[in-house]
Design a protein around this ligand. Structure first.
Ligand code: RP5
Length: 194
């Protein structure tokens, strides 16, 4: 077992989610602060989680620190505005917002922050077309980068958020490049059932 794995195991068994780091002469270990989330993943309802978990899982895979929570443009308008207004000061750099039906969440968040906002239209009773149009058809001046309907959109929102961060973060860029390489290899290695 390598030393990094030993440190990870030790930090996990001690319940230190921020991990451990060597200190001074490497004889002592000190707790590291948990890294602040760079991406906020917001969804209009708990019922959106099955879709939006694809964004969170992809960010986790790429090692991008993130937070996820439910906020609704219609049901919790004040809390949504408060979240968006404070997001940049809390260290968030990209916000992903998924909502379905009359999907105003991404647009409302974008109205309250200068951060890039990526919208994920949730599959709805109208196959997600209502969500897509509600998310994408923003008036000029307040952009929402809108992804595909459903799970592919949630996954791509995470990849796009990582690409935005990768312009100024080499670690995330390398993870993103590795993800792409692995994906290409899997496609080229595909065997057809014949
Ligand atoms: C939207 O209404 C949510 O984003 C969700 O997609 C949809 C339905 O919400 P629930 O009635 O399932 O809470 O605000």
């Amino acid at each position: 077992m390598g030393i990094s794995q030993m440190i990870r195991d030790a930090s996990t068994s001690l319940g230190m989610t921020g991990g451990l780091a060597f200190h001074r002469n490497a004889l002592e270990c000190v707790p590291m602060p948990e890294s602040k989330p760079l991406v906020g993943v917001i969804m209009g309802s708990k019922s959106d989680w099955d879709t939006m978990r694809n964004a969170v899982e992809t960010l986790d895979e790429l090692g991008v620190s993130n937070e996820a929570r439910v906020l609704s443009a219609h049901r919790t308008p004040d809390a949504t505005a408060e979240f968006a207004r404070g997001a940049a000061d809390r260290g968030l750099r990209v916000i992903i917002a998924g909502a379905g039906g009359a999907a105003h969440l991404a647009g409302v968040i974008a109205a309250h922050t200068w951060l890039p906002v990526l919208g994920v239209p949730i599959q709805s009773k109208l196959q997600g077309l209502d969500s897509l149009l509600s998310t994408a058809q923003m008036p000029g001046g307040i952009p929402v980068g809108t992804l595909a309907i459903g799970e592919a959109g949630a996954k791509n929102a995470a990849l796009l958020a990582a690409a935005i961060l990768a312009t100024s973060d080499d670690t995330i860029r390398q993870k993103l490049e590795a993800f792409r390489r692995k994906q290409s290899e899997a496609v080229l290695a595909a065997k057809l059932p014949r």
